[in-house]
Write a protein that binds this ligand. Structure first.
Ligand code: ZN
Length: 436
């Protein structure tokens, strides 16, 4: 297996984290396009634009939002809050505003974190036109002590002729089945959630491209969370029935414990493969059961799609104190952690890609087992004759539908591997099942 050299990879991950961190990202806008352009240096992803105003299921792609500057000044012209110092200072999707205002009137537009005094919280208002600033608790206190008027300015623009940008890369496999890898690019200067995701995904894709042709195609997408995933699903409905499973790649660079969020079917092979890899690597991990909150698995597992999408995390979103604050910065994460996560993702994908899948060649009614010499001579309930394999034969024929992978079948049947392998070989010899 051709693998990228470890130290070189860590250095490159570090370089791209640093380059991409300051860029203003949101659900649309120039910063997203620029981010994708930069990631294109790593892998040949295609940038696609979906026009603002397009209906995507129950949603509409919003107008494109861009911002050039924002500040709050005191009466002497001193900038108390400066967007150029942190793009988190402005509520994402804020409307343009320029006026003089008292603190008493401004304060309902100011957001701060109650427990972390030096943290700027990450605040958005995508679908309700609004404006606001996010500040540290200390800055809030400074502003509150200013008696005179404050001059505020947000230089933002909405463009109804704009678009939502996504990145897409398909690495073709030998079958028509696909594995979906989805990460999000909508967070501005926030490192673990979620710059670690798109950067790791780019280098993971680069590594996947170096491997021998996989069985499954890898469909890899960089989208703004929620609206991007919804738009992608809506625009690509024709290929969605090829998706077998996948991963939502998020929060992969923190200093804390590894964990994984299960897909909706906890016994699905994707979850079993992740656990296998953690155990093989001797890594202790936290198991987060599927739940209705989270990232884009929310879209991918809705009724029309029902993909089993899991996430392997290192300091999972929601779970660490710096989550969605300016303290989730490049000092919080490390490129070594991102690299470690990349290797785990790669191993899981290799396991899933190589997982055997069998298909019963006689799916209509039971197979006549006696014809194939697989039926106990005296009947299943006879006290004479060996019936031990009969149950396994029947279960395997029932489960091998050409979709369910062997890990899942093993978990379901809970019998020793040697017994299962023996019976699978018998069924293969009789051509009752076929390996796909
Ligand atoms: Zn987030």
């Amino acid at each position: 297996m051709k693998v990228l050299e470890k130290n070189d990879l860590i250095n490159k991950i570090d370089q791209y984290l640093k380059t991409l961190f300051p860029i203003q990202r949101s659900i649309t806008g120039k910063g997203n396009r620029k981010t994708l352009q930069i990631l294109k240096e790593v892998v040949p992803l295609e940038i696609k634009e979906y026009a603002s105003g397009t209906e995507v299921f129950d949603w509409i792609i919003p107008d494109e939002w861009n911002i050039s500057d924002a500040w709050i000044k005191d009466a002497y012209g001193n900038k108390i809050i400066d967007y150029k110092e942190s793009n988190l200072h402005v509520v994402s999707y804020s409307e343009r505003v320029h006026k003089t205002i008292t603190f008493a009137k401004l304060k309902k537009r100011l957001h701060y974190h109650n427990e972390l005094e030096n943290a700027i919280p990450y605040v958005t208002s995508y679908y309700k036109r609004d404006w606001g600033f996010a500040v540290t608790k200390k800055q809030y206190e400074i502003l509150s002590k200013i008696n005179g008027p404050l001059e505020i300015c947000i230089e933002s623009k909405f463009n109804k002729n704009g678009s939502l940008s996504i990145g897409e890369l398909v690495i073709p496999g030998t079958s028509d089945k696909e594995i979906l890898l989805s990460t999000y690019i909508c967070h501005p200067s926030l490192a673990n959630d979620n710059l670690s995701g798109p950067v790791m995904t780019a280098f993971l894709a680069k590594q996947l491209m170096l491997l021998p042709k996989p069985k499954h195609s890898f469909r890899i997408i960089w989208v703004p969370e929620t609206i991007g995933a919804i738009s992608y699903l809506a625009m690509n409905q024709n290929i969605m029935n090829h998706i077998k499973t996948g991963l939502v790649i998020t929060t992969v660079g923190g200093p804390g414990k590894f964990g994984y969020k299960q897909s909706h079917n906890k016994n699905h092979s994707i979850n079993l493969a992740i656990e296998n890899v953690f155990i093989e690597e001797g890594i202790e991990f936290i198991k987060y059961p599927f739940d209705m909150h989270g990232s884009d698995e929310r879209q991918y597992s809705t009724q029309s799609f029902r993909f089993n999408m899991a996430s392997i995390t290192k300091d999972k979103y929601y779970e660490y104190p710096y989550y969605h604050t300016s303290l989730d910065n490049l000092d919080f994460i490390s490129s070594e952690n991102v690299y470690q996560s990349l290797i785990l993702h790669l191993k899981v994908l290799m396991e899933i890609d190589a997982e055997p899948v069998y298909e019963n060649q006689f799916p209509s009614c039971e197979v006549m087992l006696s014809k194939h010499n697989l039926y106990p001579h005296k009947g299943p309930h006879s006290p004479v004759g060996d019936t031990s394999d009969l149950d396994l034969i029947l279960w395997l024929l029932w489960l091998c539908d050409g979709e369910m992978g062997l890990y899942q079948i093993k978990k379901r049947l809970g019998v020793p591997d040697s017994d299962l392998d023996r019976v699978i070989n018998q069924l293969l010899d009789e051509k009752l099942i076929l390996k796909k």
